[in-house]
Design a binder for this molecule. Structure first.
Ligand SMILES: C[S@@+](CC[C@H](N)C(=O)[O-])C[C@H]1O[C@@H](n2cnc3c(N)ncnc32)[C@H](O)[C@@H]1O
Length: 278
């Protein structure tokens, strides 16, 4: 693991995460030992818009039970379980942060999905996976921690079969070229944040033999989502189960800075879908 990767993994390590998710389920009125995939949704998809954003991405894809899916930077496995549950696909998740991988496994056990999802520790830049073993690779809110976009796309292309799809949803650079306000959900400091313009992704993809099929600016969706979340928190207070469980004590500041950056046009949450043609 590089020094940057070590710092990224430290950023995401908050301690006793599985126990805190179990406690949050109980506080929400859910028996953890009878929990379902849906019961975890409020707190297991660590990206803008949570499961609504995942729905939007997957409504443009068509995996089946036969699709071999790779979830790059899978976090605690929320999106992997979503795919296995909704499409009956088999999913492999790779993530840098040991506590996330451990929690991904424990939560998948909890909801009875361990036979469909598998999680391994590793870097997206050097995945411990065979060549051409996947039909669909997904990556949600991970690229902001990876400087080497060319290396990332080359590695994704390596593990994808010809004809395979790479679908991502990342926070990219927006139209306003100003420094970002920190801390942010993916990084406390600028040193571990690599928010790049959409063009950087597209150039890296092209060089790796991945052809762009669709690109969607999700700024309006993100603004509407946070308006709703902030109104709900102002009315009812924070829900016990939420992605704040993975964000430490500065979670409120991180959310506020995210929205300030978004409103100022410094960031642009963006979906891109590529096909491996060659
Ligand atoms: C904001 S979270 C998103 C997690 C998950 N994709 C989701 O949407 O719930 C970013 C994740 O990327 C992982 N990550 C960051 N850099 C990585 C790298 N170089 N290789 C693998 N995983 C990485 C982190 O450990 C973290 O789990």
């Amino acid at each position: 693991m590089s020094q940057i990767e070590k710092a990224v993994a430290r950023h995401y390590t908050t301690g006793a995460l599985t126990d805190r998710v179990r406690d949050a389920l109980i506080a929400s009125g859910v028996d953890p030992d009878a929990a379902t995939v849906a019961d975890l949704k409020a707190g297991d998809e660590f990206h803008t818009g949570g499961v609504a954003a995942t729905d939007n991405l997957f409504n443009q894809l068509s995996p089946t039970h036969a699709t071999r899916v790779l979830d790059i930077g899978c976090g605690i496995g929320g999106t992997s379980r979503y795919v296995a549950d909704r499409y009956d696909s088999t999913v492999t998740g790779v993530d840098l942060t040991p506590e996330f991988v451990e929690t991904a496994k424990a939560l998948s056990d909890l909801v009875g999905l361990s036979h469909k999802v598998d999680f391994v520790e590793g870097s997206a830049l050097d995945m411990p996976l065979d060549d051409a073993g996947f039909d669909l690779a997904i990556m949600l809110h991970v690229g902001m921690n990876i400087e080497d976009k060319a290396g990332l796309f080359a590695e994704v292309s390596r593990v994808l079969a010809t004809g395979g799809t790479f679908a991502l949803f990342d926070v990219m650079g927006g139209p306003t070229a100003e420094p970002l306000a920190f801390p942010l959900p993916w990084s406390t400091l600028p040193e571990t944040s690599f928010v790049h313009a959409p063009e950087v992704y597209k150039e890296a993809a092209e060089a790796a033999g991945l052809t762009l099929e669709t690109e969607n600016d999700r700024t309006d969706f993100a603004l509407a989502f946070f308006e709703e979340v902030f109104a709900k928190v102002a009315k009812d207070g924070p829900a016990p189960l939420g992605i704040h469980l993975m964000m430490g004590e500065t979670a409120p500041e991180k959310f506020q800075n995210y929205v300030a950056n978004l409103e100022a046009g410094r960031i642009r949450p963006t979906e891109m879908i590529f096909k491996k043609t060659g």
